[in-house]
Write a protein that binds this ligand. Structure first.
Ligand SMILES: *[C@@H]1O[C@H](CO)[C@@H](O)[C@H](O)[C@H]1NC(C)=O
Ligand SMILES: *[C@@H]1O[C@H](CO)[C@@H](O)[C@H](O)[C@H]1NC(C)=O
Ligand SMILES: *[C@@H]1O[C@H](CO)[C@@H](O)[C@H](O)[C@H]1NC(C)=O
Ligand SMILES: *[C@@H]1O[C@H](CO)[C@@H](O)[C@H](O)[C@H]1NC(C)=O
Ligand SMILES: *[C@@H]1O[C@H](CO)[C@@H](O)[C@H](O)[C@H]1NC(C)=O
Ligand SMILES: *[C@@H]1O[C@H](CO)[C@@H](O)[C@H](O)[C@H]1NC(C)=O
Ligand SMILES: *[C@@H]1O[C@H](CO)[C@@H](O)[C@H](O)[C@H]1NC(C)=O
Ligand SMILES: *[C@@H]1O[C@H](CO)[C@@H](O)[C@H](O)[C@H]1NC(C)=O
Ligand SMILES: *[C@@H]1O[C@H](CO)[C@@H](O)[C@H](O)[C@H]1NC(C)=O
Length: 556
């Protein structure tokens, strides 16, 4: 049965050459997704969603439209087509599971015709999700993900495990490698520029193109080639990270032993909101910001949910962070170092959200220790600073020999340091004008500590001990109160509501004391606040033995 299935599909692939790629067209500049027929300009575009925490594009699969995340950190195409009448061209009956930082997807490996921009790929393999958990991990209209890495992931490995390597190479290809296979004479690269959302909500330029560069950005072709050093991800060797003009020297030896001394194995992952770097590096970056304060542990109501060190940063401050790759310098926009929260939902009690009426700014670059295949992971907060060209080297369909050119990445810097600071100041001023008053970081940490010890005390030993703790913490935070505290009386209405929403009155009293002394009030908001959008993590892929044809520069 498996073999006739293979023949059937192989036959279908023989007709693939009717699918076309459009080259050399002059591209309209501008942002946003452009979806069109075969004659449309081929800048497919990406759209920033949920405050720049996700980048999506539009596809048509099996006759249905999907908004999918563009993810250079994984390979498999999957969609959530539950409730839709998806026209598949075949099913394998293979059910698979794979996980991201934010959750898990389960589904069946199937085939359907795919259209992306003007490109048509018949019989594209994909996973039709039967379960996505947690349910809101792909929010709003986002209904799947298109992986833009290498053919080493779940689909490929599942097919290889059952049908063998040769069949997987034919039937398990990602959309991008199918496109290259269909167009063997076309250059095998795609370009990606992640857009930015301005303070007024307008979206700046974003690009997503196959086999061509965006107009005005062709110089990327001359940029240094950063060769892939690991087979399963877009991983390259980083030369240096510089903080305020001073090179950071605290790296451990690379997890990739064959990397030259001092180089750091760096993954570029457009599906990951927050860059992941070792704690010492996070501390070096954020301790360079005057007034920034570290805090250990999850911060409720934010995306900093790990049991690691976060930094609370004055919202009007950032730092000069630069990466050196292939001898080229890439400044990071000061905006890409802090994440603003207008109101911090500390808790929900009896259905009432308890939100600190303040704006805080947290470290966007988070603690993530090396996992063995790479040392650091640069996500959206780095990639917004570059026009990136991801080149598959001398990609040839499996079975054909290659000249040995490895896949590589080329970057053009888009961030001008001086201009970026002016933009930063402007952006922050505009944002803060419409937000709750910003917190002094040290005071916010005191409130947080007090709140957490109150709720823990309340939960573990009842209201009488909570009451005692409340008094103690009150004294601490009262002493630390340095903020102006005018007009605290006018919040009494909010405190009244808060007290009514709490079961343990003693806890409420403690909080009221804190709030007044720090000039914060807690407001109760019925119903659900905006969902928290979590970073996407690349699936763990074991690439052992795969993609040997194209190889890697360094191996463990
Ligand atoms: C679909 O798969 C079956 C076996 O599972 C095979 O017999 C058939 O030829 C395939 N159809 C196409 C269009 O590939
Ligand atoms: C998909 O989107 C296109 C363009 O917006 C629209 O014309 C078409 O009707 C949509 N198809 C479906 C099945 O919703
Ligand atoms: C996926 O994982 C869930 C939970 O671990 C398990 O119940 C389910 O059987 C798995 N499905 C497949 C296809 O492996
Ligand atoms: C950061 O860069 C700006 C612009 O080049 C410069 O004016 C400023 O002095 C730098 N700050 C530090 C601390 O190096
Ligand atoms: C270096 O390695 C040690 C031991 O594994 C670890 O505790 C430390 O956090 C690492 N530091 C950095 C900067 O990676
Ligand atoms: C940020 O704002 C505070 C309080 O208004 C002020 O003291 C500080 O100088 C400002 N910092 C910067 C870098 O503008
Ligand atoms: C975007 O960020 C603003 C400010 O933190 C917040 O009020 C808003 O809810 C966020 N929107 C989404 C969709 O995340
Ligand atoms: C939040 O604080 C601001 C400034 O003090 C105040 O104007 C606003 O009414 C407060 N909002 C709530 C819901 O308490
Ligand atoms: C290898 O390349 C040749 C010439 O371009 C082509 O005719 C052949 O179909 C290719 N083989 C495979 C397996 O794609």
């Amino acid at each position: 049965m498996a073999s006739s299935f293979l023949r059937g599909l192989s036959l279908a692939f023989a007709f693939c050459s009717y699918a076309t790629m459009v080259y050399g067209q002059s591209l309209e500049s501008g942002s946003g997704a452009k979806y069109g027929g075969l004659s449309s300009p081929a800048d497919i575009g990406v759209i920033a969603q949920f405050n720049d925490s996700m980048y999506t594009t539009e596809i048509v699969l099996g006759g249905q439209n999907f908004t999918v995340v563009v993810d250079t950190g994984s390979t498999d195409l999957w969609v959530d087509a539950r409730g839709l009448n998806l026209k598949t061209t075949n099913n394998t009956g293979f059910n698979v599971n794979f996980s991201y930082a934010i959750g898990e997807v389960e589904g069946e490996i199937q085939y359907a015709d795919l259209q992306i921009g003007p490109y048509v790929i018949p019989n594209q393999v994909f996973i039709s999700a039967t379960k996505v958990s947690p349910v809101d991990s792909f929010p709003g209209n986002v209904k799947g993900l298109i992986g833009m890495a290498f053919d080493t992931a779940t689909i490929f490995q599942t097919l290889m495990g059952t049908w063998g390597l040769g069949s997987a190479q034919q039937l398990g290809r990602a959309p991008i490698t199918n496109l290259f296979t269909q167009n063997p004479s076309a250059p095998a690269y795609f370009d990606l520029q992640l857009s930015r959302i301005d303070a007024d909500g307008a979206e700046q330029e974003g690009h997503f193109l196959f086999g061509q560069h965006a107009k005005g950005l062709e110089a990327v072709e001359q940029a240094p080639k950063l060769e892939r050093i690991q087979v399963d991800h877009w991983t390259v060797a980083l030369d240096a990270m510089t903080i305020n003009g001073k090179q950071y020297t605290g790296w451990n030896k690379s997890a990739v032993p064959s990397l030259p001394e001092g180089k750091i194995a760096t993954v570029f992952d457009s599906g990951f909101t927050y860059p992941q770097i070792p704690e010492a590096a996070v501390n070096a970056i954020y301790s360079s910001i005057p007034g920034a304060v570290p805090y250990h542990g999850p911060i409720p109501g934010t995306d900093n949910v790990g049991d690691v060190t976060s930094w609370i940063v004055p919202c009007n401050a950032s730092t000069n962070l630069t990466f050196t790759l292939g001898g080229q310098e890439f400044p990071v926009h000061p905006r890409d170092l802090i994440t603003m929260y207008n109101g911090v939902k500390l808790d929900t009690v009896d259905g009432i959200d308890m939100v600190a009426n303040t704006t805080i700014c947290l470290n966007t670059w988070q603690v993530g220790e090396p996992v063995g295949e790479y040392d650091i992971l640069l996500g959206m907060a780095f990639l917004r600073n570059v026009y990136a060209s991801f080149h598959y080297g001398d990609y040839t369909p499996p079975g054909n020999s290659t000249t040995g050119q490895l896949p590589y990445v080329q970057f053009l810097s888009l961030t001008d340091r001086e201009k970026a600071w002016a933009e930063f100041n402007d952006y922050i001023a505009q944002k803060l004008a419409g937000f709750a008053p910003p917190a002094d970081p040290a005071s916010f940490v005191k409130v947080l500590n007090a709140y957490i010890s109150h709720s823990q005390a309340g939960a573990s030993s009842g209201s009488s001990s909570a009451s005692a703790d409340a008094t103690g913490d009150l004294a601490v935070s009262g002493a630390a109160s340095d903020s102006s505290s005018d007009g605290s009386d006018k919040h009494s209405g909010d405190f009244g509501r808060l007290a009514a929403g709490l079961s343990a009155a003693s806890v409420a009293i403690g909080l009221i004391g804190l709030s007044v002394s720090l000039f914060m009030c807690i407001r109760g908001v019925k119903g659900r606040r905006d969902a928290q959008y979590k970073p996407l993590r690349l699936p763990k892929e074991d690439a052992t033995g795969l993609d040997a044809e194209r190889g890697a520069l360094y191996r463990d």
